[in-house]
Design a protein around this ligand. Sequence first.
Ligand SMILES: Cc1ncc(COP(=O)(O)O)c(C=O)c1O
Length: 422
Amino acid sequence: MSVITDTLAIHGGEPAVTRPLNHYKGAAQIGEAEKAAILEVLTAQSLFRYYGPNLLEKTAAFETDIAAHLGLPFAAACSSGTAALRMGLIALGVGAGDEVIVPATTFIASVNAVVAQGGIPIFAEVDEYLCLDPAAIEPLLTERTRAIMPVHLNGVAVDMEPLMAVARKHGVAVLEDTAQACGSAYHGTKLGTIGDVGAFSFQLEKNITSGDGGLVVTHDEELYKRAVKYSDQGGQFPIQSGGVRGLVGGEAYLGENLRMTEIAGAILGVQLGRLDAMLDRVSIARQSVLSAVQDLPVQFPSPTPHRDQHALGILFYLQTSEQAAAFVRALRGEGVPTAQVYGGKPVYANPQVLEQRTMTRTCPFRCSCTDHRKVSYHVGMCPRTEDLLARSVGVALGPMMDDQDLTEIAHGIRKVAAYIAL
Ligand SMILES: Cc1ncc(COP(=O)(O)O)c(C=O)c1O
């Protein structure tokens, strides 16, 4: 092992991390079982979930298994997390001009999905975990508020109890964006199962992955049927095989194709079997690094085991945005996978959101419709969120990191902390 000096790597010193780190979650564990599952589907020549020469019903089986894993009756697989959010919004009846409360910190897909339905994202402040702050919701409600979209960020649960209380009090639906938190829980209840609908992503960065893929879950059979129907060209197919298609029934609507392939379903069936062990490994990794750096004079969010048990990395704040940027630059130099969360900026600071750029003339921003209120966005809208993000440092951890990797990550953080005047 090379000798680690205390000179920062960006100043020519030895990097703290001595080998490339794999921070991926489900992807880092892909192996023989996934290969075998794909081969089975290929050999059966049945890559479509509803029929084929020798349909194996892998996608349908994955739906059954993940519904059981999460503890609810209905799960509908689809092509991406964004598709899942759109199916969820449609199931809940969100349409042109309806307002949806979205946290100011999230991936752009949460916003895109709302706008794709003609809905208006209304941005809310976040708490110290960068999750939608339930206390921020009530002042944003209007007669057009149709849904609240809590986003469980990086494996951490939104504080769902007060959030659900506000939603129920005002009769507003809750769509949990669980893209980044498959398998995480809130007070022991799996995320995605607390609100009216949960939406998951299986994109490469996620806890289980098929490259792209998504899932909608709900306790409500009607919401489930609406979501499935929309994702399958509006539901005009009578075929009774391959899971849900034949169960949905009823009249057809105009819809689109947001279906999952059998290849994706087969991979996810295998990945699901690894989910809990993967989350436990990341949790142990996180405790190991946290305990080695917790005395540093940085601000960690207060420990909340009922929310952060399956956080996927380490989050802390420095005193200024300049310090945070310098910290991230130096820590990257040390070989640690790190970034300011979402580049240190709220989602509405993306120019396409600020300028309300859609690609066609359509509701809610580029229409002549007077049926809804016009909103505008500006930097400064959610000052607490902006302040937290600008000062944030996030470190990604993965299930394949071993003791040496974790020791080196902690050493890298300590090395940089000693250098930056905190
Ligand atoms: C919070 C959040 N919502 C939605 C999505 C969209 O998922 P996908 O990329 O599968 O469309 C993602 C991730 O990529 C995400 O992180």
